[in-house]
Design a protein around this ligand. Structure first.
Ligand SMILES: C[S@@+](CC[C@H](N)C(=O)[O-])C[C@H]1O[C@@H](n2cnc3c(N)ncnc32)[C@H](O)[C@@H]1O
Length: 404
């Protein structure tokens, strides 16, 4: 019905024009709405994007601000450090000046010291020359004294006095004190009679290194054994150039003793390398000292020079452990040990102590050395020896054997 009316109305031209006009506008409105909607959407997208950009920029700004802040703080610290450095440099400059002044003072003082030291040294050298000349005079005097004593003393009842003079002189000769024999060890600078007297250096040409005090002790104990009639020979284990044994033979000669012998025991090739059997000797360096290697021929030659090489002197060549246990010795009145090491000491005591007569003497030259001392203690403990140890010179000891 409505469609029929519409169709009828459209046949009327003014109505038709009105209708077309209305339709046209209705369509334009819808298009405008659509375009408006699109515009609104584009606008809101642009807004959203702008907001995002803004946030991003704000964040960057924040980061830059904090970077700037940090840089400012760092700058401040750097400028403080810089100014401290400048102060330090300034201080150093004045220190440098101070040091330069000081070192100049020190070096001029040192020069003055050195000059006065040189003066002192010059004077000391001339004093040393004087001392040397004086010692030479003393040496000549000692020889002359013995000559005069021999001339002055009538023969007969004076043999004891002569024996004393001979043995005294022999001691000085064997130690090198007679001619201020220079030391050859690395620790001594020049000959010092007080050092030589206690045998603390190695003589360059003298025949014994044990010094006057230990030499006198050896002589005294041999004389005591003779006067006390303690049976037995004399033996030294460790003789080096043989000086102590030469004195021992001279003591027998001086007292006209013909029934005792002097046993001279040595490798004649220096000390043995440490035996692992004896932990106390671990690392011992004695075997490396070529200065301690003296041949049998050299020692025999020295006995000969002193006119004391005869049948009363017996040589035992080889290591103590091989020679001493089978040496054809019946008894000993004085046993002198000078083998430095634990092994050399204990091997000698084990081989020969039983042969030392009761009333006889045992001398330990190297008691000052820890290894040797340990060997003496170990042996004495094992053999229940309680005889008192007697001091000789702060290095050596001896004891008198009081029971078998
Ligand atoms: C310190 S020197 C002796 C010094 C000597 N008594 C003197 O009057 O100068 C040590 C000597 O002991 C000897 N010696 C040490 N241990 C030895 C051993 N186990 N067997 C043989 N000789 C040894 C060495 O050859 C060296 O001549």
């Amino acid at each position: 019905m409505r469609t029929a009316a519409k169709r009828l109305a459209l046949t009327i031209p003014p109505l038709r024009r009105l209708y077309e006009f209305a339709m046209f506008h209705a369509h334009g409105h819808t298009e405008s709405q659509r375009q408006l909607h699109e515009l609104q959407q584009t606008h809101s997208r642009a807004l959203e994007e702008a907001r995002r950009q803004h946030e991003k920029l704000e964040l960057q700004l924040y980061v830059m601000r904090s970077d700037h802040q940090r840089a400012a703080v760092r700058n401040e610290a750097l400028s403080i450090a810089l100014s401290e450095l400048e102060t330090q440099v300034a201080k150093n400059a004045s220190f440098e000046k101070f040091f330069a002044q000081m070192s100049e003072k020190i070096s001029s003082g040192f020069q003055a010291q050195q000059e006065s030291l040189n003066g002192l040294l010059d004077r000391a050298v001339s004093r040393e020359d004087q001392a040397l000349a004086q010692s030479k005079l003393f040496g000549q005097l000692a020889v002359l004294t013995s000559e005069v004593a021999r001339i002055k003393r009538p023969t007969g009842g004076t043999s004891e006095g002569l024996a004393t003079i001979y043995l005294n002189l022999l001691e000085d000769a064997l130690t090198g004190i007679l001619w201020n024999d220079a030391p050859m060890d690395p620790w001594s600078k020049s000959f010092d009679p007080s050092v030589r007297a206690i045998g603390r250096d190695w003589p360059s040409s003298a025949l014994t290194m044990i010094g006057s005090a230990r030499l006198r002790n050896f002589r005294m104990l041999i004389e005591q054994a003779i006067s006390e009639r303690i049976p037995g020979d004399i033996l030294e284990a460790g003789v080096w150039r043989g000086g102590a044994c030469i004195l021992a033979r001279a003591v027998l000669a001086a007292h006209d003793v013909r029934d005792r012998r002097v046993w001279v025991a040595d490798s004649f090739a220096g000390l043995p390398p440490p035996d692992p059997k004896y932990p106390s000797d671990a690392g011992d360096q004695h075997s490396t000292f070529t200065q301690l290697q003296v041949t049998l021929e050299e020692v025999q030659q020295s006995f000969r020079k002193y006119g004391l090489l005869d049948e009363q002197v017996c040589f035992l060549k080889g290591w103590f452990k091989d020679t001493l246990p089978r040496a054809p010795i019946e008894a000993l009145s004085v046993l002198r040990l000078d083998g430095d090491m634990y092994g050399s000491t204990i091997e000698t005591l084990e081989a020969l102590y039983a042969k030392v007569s009761v009333g006889g003497y045992v001398i330990i030259d190297d008691y000052i050395l820890e290894g040797c001392k340990q060997a003496v203690h170990d042996f004495r403990r094992a053999a229940s020896i309680e005889d008192e140890l007697q001091e000789v010179d702060g290095a050596a000891v001896y004891w008198k054997k009081t029971r078998a």
